[in-house]
Design a protein around this ligand. Sequence first.
Ligand code: MN
Length: 252
Amino acid sequence: MKLIDTHCHIDLYRDYQALIHECEEQRVVTVAVTNTPSVFPRLQSLLSGKRFLRPAIGLHPELAHTRQSELSLMKELLSETRFVGEIGLDYVTSDSQVRDIQKRVFQTILTECDRAGNKILTVHSRRAAQEVIDMIGQGFNGKVILHWYSGNTKAATLALKYGFYFSANTSMISSDAGRRLLSAIPPDRLLTESDGPFVALDHRPARPHDVERVISELGSIWKMDTSEAADIISENFKALLTTHYNAGQNIT
Ligand code: MN
């Protein structure tokens, strides 16, 4: 069964070397996100030559106000990879200055990605779903995955209209709200993620192969075998990797 993890913080595991080996052995295609551009070069060299791991460059919204000086490094390194994340907005803070910095950082990254084209974004939107979706907008020149989406249905409907994908994790399948959301999203827009080590599972950090549990739950929502559900997710990831130019955005 093909497993895909579109959002894992490989560099934040204590046993990251073992985890990298595990992904290769178990053939779990894993997008290794980063929270600051300065850690990207080391991750990139750790993953060089690996068949199943892809490094992503990011600047996490919760670090935007302390690491905004790394935006120039982000621009410099952007051409090194197609994958961008973790980026986005996090409105758990009510500090308007901090929110403004987050918006400026996120907008700068979006503009750079739009200009570069063909990027695949994994985006955080806690308590800021509508803002995030509005900022990316309709004609974005790349692919967007809303990671661990927890916004309302109205905003999700708009995101679907804009062609965005959603990545589901084990935490989402264990809540009623999460399962409700996942049943409302068309199967061809869903992907899977671990969001490890932040998501805990069986009293340990989730690992990429744990997406199998998400697939099994999606299978039960879709009333099909786990292997059929896995094929759908794998096809979705293939579609995500397929290059579309601006005009392609209107096909869906
Ligand atoms: Mn994350």
